[in-house]
Ligand binder design. Structure first.
Ligand SMILES: Cc1ncc(COP(=O)(O)O)c(C=O)c1O
Length: 384
């Protein structure tokens, strides 16, 4: 028997966790002010890059004495740049609770060959932050995009710490409050919460991070693309828009549009509320459907951006195949794109709930998940 389809479809089926949905107001024609075919070092290009930096400061509430730079290679570039420039001066704790954090651990241990203390948690959990000593350098991911967990707050980071905190905040920035006084290096990429284009990363440095850069030289070589200092001094130009190499002015224009949209929805508070409203729509649905659960069981560490779900029905024996089939069915119907769990994560669905996604679309998607679930369960009994 055919299972009846819900009456309403999400107006926008884009629920990918990166690149994420563009702001609802986005149209390609709105990028026509991009200074294409001009040098990024011309006054017009520099002004745009500076506006991207200062708009970031304004919306994220970043203190005036923190440096903000646009760097190559997206969030990965920014995190690697931080690790390669700063680590090795003191003991390091590497914290990981999902795939990207695990990648940073590998680089610290296998590439930089640091004798790091590695603390890991399973998907859906985070490590006991009370055990972390911030007199060491600490590298961690604020929001675990592939497991749907987040750090609840910065209380575990000492105000008078001796170490640096290096935080990959790519799926947290613009959706969750970040305690700037507790973060020495923070990174994110444009393609995440604001729905910008890929390629560029942002690196945000506290005065203490700058102090380390100017007082410590790592024992390993640094390629030009990673270098933040020259002759032992910070290259200040990077932090006013004189990028290390050539940026895409089209991507810059797109980011400026996203920042404008962010202002129009109330800045950081508006963005955060939009993400929480989206999460609430998923929570309401999960609460009424016992075959579905959050990978992050504990609400305090549940992400409001990358919301990860698992199927818990006993009739499912091959969880990975089942979740894949559900995601495929939803994609084929054009109601949800790219919501299969990340390749290294436990099987399930991952629904992006950052502020560029409309709550009405998340709410409209939920009955479709039920529809696809029931259809796949029916298919199981047909093949049994
Ligand atoms: C937590 C985290 N770190 C790093 C990355 C890599 O980001 P990018 O592809 O922008 O370099 C991602 C991408 O999803 C991520 O979620």
């Amino acid at each position: 028997m055919a299972i009846e389809q819900p009456a309403t479809r999400p107006a926008n089926p884009r629920f990918s966790s990166g690149p994420c949905a563009k702001p609802p107001v986005f149209e390609l024609s709105k990028l026509s002010d991009a200074p294409l075919g001009r040098s990024h070092r011309a006054a017009v290009g520099k002004a745009k890059l500076k506006a991207a930096i200062e708009g970031t400061r304004e919306i994220l509430g970043i203190p005036d004495d923190y440096r903000i730079g646009i760097v190559p290679a997206s969030d990965t570039g920014a995190v690697e740049m931080a690790m390669w420039n700063l680590l090795g001066e003191r003991r390091v704790e590497m914290l990981a609770w999902e795939s990207f954090g695990a990648g940073w651990v590998t680089d610290a241990v296998k590439q930089l060959k640091l004798d790091a203390e590695v603390k890991t948690a399973d998907y859906g959990e985070i490590v006991d932050l009370a055990t972390v000593d911030t007199d060491n350098d600490v590298v961690f991911t604020w929001n675990g995009t592939t497991s749907g967990v987040r750090v609840p707050n910065g209380d575990w980071i000492k105000a008078d710490r001796a170490g640096l905190t290096i935080c990959d905040a790519t799926s947290a920035a613009f959706a969750q409050n970040l305690p700037w006084d507790k973060l020495d290096v923070t990174t994110f990429s444009w393609q995440k919460v604001l729905g910008g284009e890929a390629a560029h990363g942002m690196i945000i440095l506290s005065p203490r991070a700058v102090e380390r850069l100017e007082s410590y030289t790592p024992p390993w070589p640094l390629p030009k693309i990673f270098r933040l200092t020259k002759g032992g001094k910070l290259i200040e130009g990077i932090f006013v828009g004189e990028t290390i190499n050539t940026p895409s002015m089209l991507a810059v224009e797109d980011y400026l549009l996203a920042l404008d949209w962010a202002r129009s929805v109330g800045g950081m508070n508006g963005l955060r509320e939009r993400a929480y409203a989206n999460l609430a729509a998923v929570q309401a649905f999960v609460a009424g459907h016992p075959w579905l659960a959050f990978l992050a069981h504990e609400p305090a560490i549940r992400s409001n951006t990358s919301v990860c779900l698992k199927f818990t029905d006993d009739r499912i024996s091959d969880g990975a195949a089942f979740a894949k089939a559900v995601a495929k069915r939803l994609e084929a119907e054009g109601v949800a794109y790219d919501i299969g769990a990340y390749r290294d994560a436990p099987p399930g669905l991952r629904i992006w709930c950052g502020g560029t996604v409309e709550t009405a679309d998340v709410a409209a998607l939920m009955p479709w998940i039920e529809w696809a679930f029931e259809a796949e369960i029916a298919a199981l009994s047909e093949t049994a």
